[in-house]
Design a protein around this ligand. Structure first.
Ligand SMILES: Cc1ncc(COP(=O)(O)O)c(C=O)c1O
Length: 381
């Protein structure tokens, strides 16, 4: 065993501009970094616990769960280890084995895996259009639910991915919320890519459940997520253990009990403020798209962008890669030279990126850098 490899652990890209959409919403503000120094030990939030994690008053976890519920406009909130755990908890607690759940074709793999673990059947709602927008046919939820009803299938849950991780398409959640309500089926909105980046109002969209991700979109180091739910489902979600009546079964008593929760909490004031600036973030995203399309990139997904995650088709990069001796790695390497990371190495046909939370000067620097790389490479071909 060589224990030296664990010494002086170092993150190579820490100070660079990171364009990976999965990481942009999880970058910590200074106040959260400072809190880490206070709470870095294991079980650090448990000094004054009297048996229930979400009722600890010091640090103010109890107040925090109430503020979070207000923030997303849901009746209650609990902490989970991530969005996926929240989805599993909902499925496991409100559905019966072999029930059906209906979800969108752009749903994250964790929605499917959670359903599999909860022993449920999955039916997809497809696209209104495939290439290039991959827009989900939201009205299709009605048809799918009608068909399942005709077949006497028991539908336990409707799930919608608010913004998907592939195309960054924002779905009109209220449309699906209304359909689910009419059918009397509980509605779960997966807000892993939205809560903490942009405003989300659970009651407005008629959600019974909201799951969110601290490390993806709420400036937390994670792993941590939140599960918001309505009063109607409190009995099932927050059901207590018979043997240990203070403990909630679905949360196995306690979930996140240390730094993940501390960073989520310490970042909260910053997150509350940043979602108010969502329009500015959209302007940056649309600027990025407009400029890169001039270079031959083609934005996939719904236009104009309503979310910061952008997927581009990039035939120009593919063309360059065929002639560059570094092959597909030229783009990654050229960006890295300029202090920019987060684009998958070696990939040239399609790239995903986000400039969420970057300063305007940084966004312009990213655009200029990409322009320079392409023009330079074209020149030397
Ligand atoms: C749409 C979507 N939902 C859920 C997840 C998973 O989130 P978590 O890591 O909090 O479980 C992801 C992760 O990429 C995602 O893109």
């Amino acid at each position: 065993m060589n224990l030296d490899i664990y010494k002086n652990l170092h993150r190579a890209n820490r100070e660079l501009i990171n364009l990976n959409p999965i990481q942009r919403g999880g970058i910590l503000p200074t106040e959260a970094k400072k809190a880490i120094y206070e709470f870095w030990d294991g079980y650090s939030v448990c000094d004054f616990c009297s048996g229930k994690l979400d009722e600890i008053q010091n640090p103010p976890i109890c107040k925090f769960k109430e503020d979070l519920a207000e923030f997303i406009n849901m009746d209650f909130v609990r902490f989970t280890h991530g969005a996926r755990e929240g989805k599993f908890i909902v499925m496991h607690s409100i559905c019966e084995e072999n029930d059906y759940i209906v979800l969108d074709k752009n749903a994250h793999y964790t929605s499917y895996v959670a359903a599999e673990r909860a022993k449920l059947n999955v039916v997809e709602v497809g696209y209104e259009e495939e290439y290039p927008t991959y827009k989900i046919n939201l009205e299709g939820y009605k048809e799918v639910l009608d068909n399942l009803e005709d077949e006497n299938k028991n539908v336990g849950l409707v799930l919608l991915t608010h913004v998907d991780g592939n195309f960054g398409n924002l779905n009109d959640a209220k449309k699906v919320g209304k359909i689910a309500k009419k059918k009397g089926v509980p509605f779960l909105l997966n807000c892993a890519y939205t809560v903490g980046r942009m405003p989300v109002d659970g009651k407005e969209v008629k959600a019974d459940f909201i799951v969110a991700s601290g490390h993806k979109s709420m400036a937390a180091s994670g792993p941590i997520g939140i599960l918001g739910f309505s009063e109607e489902f409190e009995d099932k979600i927050a059901k207590r253990s018979e043997k240990f009546p203070i403990k909630e079964i679905e949360f196995l008593g306690c979930t996140s009990r240390g730094l993940p929760l501390i960073t989520l909490m310490a970042s909260f004031p910053y997150v509350v403020e940043r979602v108010k600036r969502w329009d500015e973030e959209l302007k940056k995203t649309r600027y990025l798209v407009e400029e890169l399309e001039k270079l031959g990139f083609k934005q996939l997904g719904i236009k104009p962008k309503e979310h910061d995650l952008v997927k581009f088709e990039t035939p120009i990069l593919d063309e360059i890669s065929k002639k560059d001796k570094r092959k597909g790695y030229f783009f990654y390497e050229e960006l890295k030279k300029r202090g920019i990371v987060g684009i998958k190495p070696g990939v040239t046909k399609e790239v995903k990126m986000s400039v969420y939370g970057l300063e305007w000067e940084q966004v312009k620097y990213v655009v200029e850098s990409i322009k320079e790389i392409i023009l330079q490479s074209h020149h030397t071909l």
